[in-house]
Design a protein around this ligand. Sequence first.
Ligand SMILES: [Zn+2]
Length: 273
Amino acid sequence: MPELPEVETVRNTLKHLVIGEEIQDVDIYYERIIQYPTVTLFKKQIKGEKIQDVLRYGKYLIFKLTKGFLISHLRMEGKYFLRENEEKEKHEHIIFYLKSGKTLRYHDVRKFGTMHLYLDLSYEELLKKEPLNKLGLEPFSNSLNTEYLKDKLKTKSQAIKQLLLDQSIITGIGNIYADEILFMARINPKKAGKLLNNDELEKIIKYTKVVLEKAIQLGGTTIRSYSSDGISGLFQNELLVHTKEKCPVCGKDITKIKIGGRSTYYCEYCQKE
Ligand SMILES: [Zn+2]
């Protein structure tokens, strides 16, 4: 599953390739990807729209168009390729025909990806529509502070590891990054969300930014194609606890458990209960 840093890398690469392009037509081979509006309306409305920017909110890519926005979620395996107007390849489910003669292909082996097209609304209004309306704050948002997090977690007795993956609290933290954040903050992943004190909440906010910024930086340097899946090579070398056997701080064995069905790595000594 591409996580926030990978989506950011896709966004950065895609931006240089498609800004200024006009969408002249679209072929849709797998209709369920189009969540809003209907397939017929989607086809009609996107024609003639020019791509002005490529944005990101959490793990969602947002194409800013002349009159609206196209929201795309890559889910498990979604990728974009810019290709000449050549034959459709297997797993290419949506083909946008661009004015330059090139084509933008949405490729998705698992077909879990989604697209929503909204016209005639502002970015602020877009955030209130499906699917963005259910999302919590962006990790880099200025509104993400201890008051916000405290309020979101005050009634939650689930493990903080699980809560960091809850996209309605902070959007864009995936499994690998949650382990790294909690390790840097020296917080036990099993600790109930509502039991975290201000100091711990502050550390979570701080290290969320640190971990994701670093991953974005490294993702940007390794991934040359405009598609990516999984974690980028260079950040993998920087992992402190996820998939590790020994703690880089105290040298003791790393513990591996499941929390909410997800593999969780932590140091029992450095992240005491
Ligand atoms: Zn340790």
